[in-house]
Design a protein around this ligand. Structure first.
Ligand code: NAI
Ligand code: MG
Length: 497
């Protein structure tokens, strides 16, 4: 087994990795379709291509969906729940055995610091472990119909499920969708983002090695238009789990409507971190920094709006700025504090927000510009940025930037902080920092978001349901609730007298 050190040495000398898969993963094997169309994937830390992959077509998607349909009807839905659990448990172990390969690949493809990628891979293993234990606990109900009848329900798998995966958390998003779908007895066709195709392919092979029957999980790579759209509009798909932008989410929902396909949409966010004057200052500072600079802010649930009480505002922002200036940028493999952003296009989008803000006379407390890896002069980097005293109707407080840019909103008191937190088209998550627990829980009830973190941003794991309100989407992933998306309840009532 190659270690991270071996893999980094290989990449440094050859500019690529031999172990990267080529082709789609269909019917238990990597296949290269006859059209032989390819695209390149880029290492954002250098801004250079490091490997090609297959640019899928409608025909490739159709082949994968037919394979998944066959596997659903002939094997997987009738595989015993305990056996499904054993395979998922084995997959969790194989993911951990391949931690280094998966993490180095994720860092090269997405740009994120290697330690973060390792955390994502461990989280992916944990998702399989969690749902492995749930396979044989999908119990139905019985209904009180009186002495002459019996009534009960069973949870059947919905069938073939499509998973459209974004580039910011490629292996995490794949695992949190695949594991519950497979646990419920569904089969999977996945379409990873064209910026980050490799870890989904590696994961598919590991699942196959763990004993997953051929066709139960297929992965087709390519663009959103040429592979994503044919997949989400395919009549052979019974459910779609989509994670990505609001705009594409709407397109997916429209496509799903045509075939009356179920959808779970996990879209954007502009999540507030409410910091009250009675907070533990050190805890809040660390929390706010992690909430916006992890993965260079490219997180749907990033804490991108600091909502802070006026009495501590000046001092708190001063300390945030000081710590932000000390953050080290660098290539993900060097384990910097903050890595590059994922693509040149995305970098330009982030820069556009700051250019417009500057033109409006915004108060940029630190950062605000495009930069490069200080060691090489290469890569797609944006300076960790704080913009102070932003009005609630400013685009910096309204729109998802998806980069290392923190917007500060000043609140007069806790009630005003609540109003600012809720004055937003999104409702994915919110953070609260206060040492008054009763106050924290009262606020938690009144903030319109799918999940609330108190005194630790990103608290919780696969056990905790996750999803959005308002324009952040609907449906919940993770937890036992996430399993329900992949089940359909069948009620059975019978006369016995
Ligand atoms: P996107 O939503 O277009 O891409 C996400 C996935 O959808 C990719 O796999 C893509 O290939 C696929 N896709 C694109 N068009 C499709 C279509 N018509 N039908 C089916 N699948 C399609 O997002 P993009 O362009 O990568 O990023 C744009 C913005 O979206 C970002 O700046 C960020 O604000 C937001 N975003 C939010 C994410 C989240 O975690 N909620 C993740 C990625 C992006
Ligand atoms: Mg890439």
């Amino acid at each position: 087994m190659q270690t991270a050190r071996d893999l980094i040495a290989e990449y440094t000398s050859t500019g690529t990795l031999e172990a990267l898969p080529k082709g789609h993963f269909i019917d238990g094997t990597f296949i290269r379709p006859s059209h032989n169309r390819t695209m390149e994937s880029f290492d954002p830390g250098r801004g250079e291509a490091f490997s090609g992959f297959t640019a899928g077509t409608r025909e490739d998607v159709d082949q994968a969906v037919r394979s998944s349909r066959r596997a659903f009807e002939t094997v997987w839905r009738d595989t015993g729940p305990a056996e499904r659990g054993r395979i998922l448990q084995k997959a969790a172990a194989l993911i951990l055995e391949n931690l280094d390969l998966l993490a180095v690949t994720e860092t090269l493809d997405s740009g994120k610091p290697l330690q973060e990628a390792m955390g994502d891979v461990r989280g992916a293993a944990r998702a399989f472990e969690y749902y492995a234990g749930a396979c044989d606990k999908l119990q139905g109900d019985s209904f009180p119909l009186g002495p002459d009848h019996i009534g009960y329900s069973i949870h059947e798998p919905v069938g073939v499920t499509a998973h459209i995966i974004p580039w910011n958390f490629p292996i995490s998003t794949a695992a949190r969708g695949f594991a519950p779908a497979l646990a419920a007895g569904c089969t999977v066709v996945a379409k990873p983002a064209e910026q980050t195709p490799f870890t989904a392919l590696l994961l598919a092979k590991l699942l196959s090695d763990a004993g997953l029957p051929d066709g139960v999980l297929n992965v087709v790579t390519g663009t959103g238009i040429e592979t994503g759209a044919p997949l989400t509009s395919h009549a052979g798909v019974d459910h779609i789990t989509f994670t990505g932008s609001v705009q594409t989410g709407k397109a997916v929902m429209k496509a799903a409507a045509e075939e009356v396909t179920r959808v779970v949409l996990e879209l954007g966010g502009k999540s507030p971190v409410v910091v009250l004057s009675d907070c533990d200052r050190e805890q809040a500072l660390n929390g706010v920094l992690g909430a916006i600079y992890e993965n260079a802010g490219q997180i749907c649930s990033a804490g991108s709006r600091l909502v802070i009480e006026r009495s501590i505002h000046a001092d708190f922002v001063e300390q945030l700025v000081r710590r932000t200036k000390a953050l080290k940028l660098g290539h993900g493999l060097e384990n910097p504090d903050v890595g590059p952003v994922n693509s040149a296009e995305h970098l330009a989008k982030i820069a556009g927000f700051l250019d417009r803000a500057r033109a409006r006379g915004a108060s940029i407390a630190t950062g605000g510009s495009v930069t490069q890896d200080p060691a090489t002069g290469k890569g797609w980097f944006f300076e960790p940025t704080i913009v102070d005293s932003v009005a609630a109707d400013d685009e910096l407080a309204r729109e998802e930037i998806f980069g290392p840019v923190l917007t500060v909103q000043v609140a007069e008191d806790a009630e005003h902080a609540l109003a600012l937190a809720n004055e937003c088209q999104y409702g994915l998550v919110a953070g609260i920092y206060t040492s008054d627990f009763a106050r924290a829980h009262r606020l938690a009830r009144r903030i319109d978001a799918g999940q609330i973190y108190i005194n630790e941003y990103f608290a919780g794991g696969i056990e905790v349901p996750f999803g959005g309100n308002k324009k952040s989407g609907f449906g919940r992933e993770k937890g036992l609730e996430g399993l329900k998306s992949y089940c359909k309840t069948k009620s059975i009532a019978a006369r016995i007298a």
